[in-house]
Design a protein around this ligand. Sequence first.
Ligand SMILES: [Zn+2]
Ligand SMILES: [Zn+2]
Ligand SMILES: [Zn+2]
Length: 351
Amino acid sequence: MSISDIEVLDTDDRGRGVFATHAIGAGTTIVRGIPAACVPKDDRLRTHCSVCLAPAADRPLCSGCGHVVLCARCAKSDGARLIHDDECASLRSLFAVPAKERPADTCSLRLLLRLLLWRWRCSRPELPQYVEDEWWGDGDACGDELDDVMALCEPPEGLADGGVDCDAAFWDMAAQARYHLPAHARLSRGLAAELMARVYANGLCLYREDGGDGGDGGGGGGRGGGGVRREVGWGVSASVAMFNHRCAPNADWSIDADGCIVVRSVRPVRRGEELCLCYVDNALPRRERQARLREHFGFECQCEVCRAEEEEETVGTAGRASGKHARSEAAAPAPAKRHASSAPRARKKTK
Ligand SMILES: [Zn+2]
Ligand SMILES: [Zn+2]
Ligand SMILES: [Zn+2]
């Protein structure tokens, strides 16, 4: 756990970013965050633990909602059970709706329900909480606080993902959440829509590698390294959402055996270098990557790789063969970043 090796600074053009305060070796854990909320994808509901997303196909379905499983470990933990107990009635209500009348993919709605319930529980500190001083996982991890999640950036206005008006979709999702939630956990539709917008802009696809979690050893690997990475769920962690995007990232994330979202370096990182994740599949061609970043996150990627590839395409049309050179330069360590003078924002709560 090397959370002392990073600091959060303002960048000139991309809001806050995470920077290395020391040189970091490849494959080092940079942040290990207990997600504010994470849920299995629809097709993993019956095979992966609803709380930590561990494989749990051998576990019985919840007798309350009949739609999810908890792994043996989470089933024994008060905090983990509470997470599902809170949402169980809402899920029963959601899945009672005829299939063609509920969202084709319930993942986002379930994530919103989870966050709204978490929000309600956080507002009642006299009640047991999901993550107490003692939690069910091993080792240190950062826990999100409600303010951290509400402070996440919103997507820019007027976003249209795949032609769908996102604002309208967030409002619709908020209305559905209201319908399924118990009265005490409901939030005004506007606030719930704002929360959904933040989830949309900061949520992470969560992957598990087949064959277990490899721990900290080895040389990073990242996307495509080691075993087969399978998408198992979707989650939000304020500690992980601080990382900016770059198409040739120096860090990657995955979900570990305790259900924590772990960010690890995928190559050696120099002191002062910004630590970045690739929000989209970096194997995609530039135009497609950029289209996804624009549609989903509302920004035009100007990273080294994008600039080099753009140049390469321009040069390529002129019949020059410098493409290879441009690409290998792009993969080299990034130039020194501009450090803003403002103070880093501490948001590291370790347990
Ligand atoms: Zn579990
Ligand atoms: Zn249930
Ligand atoms: Zn880029």
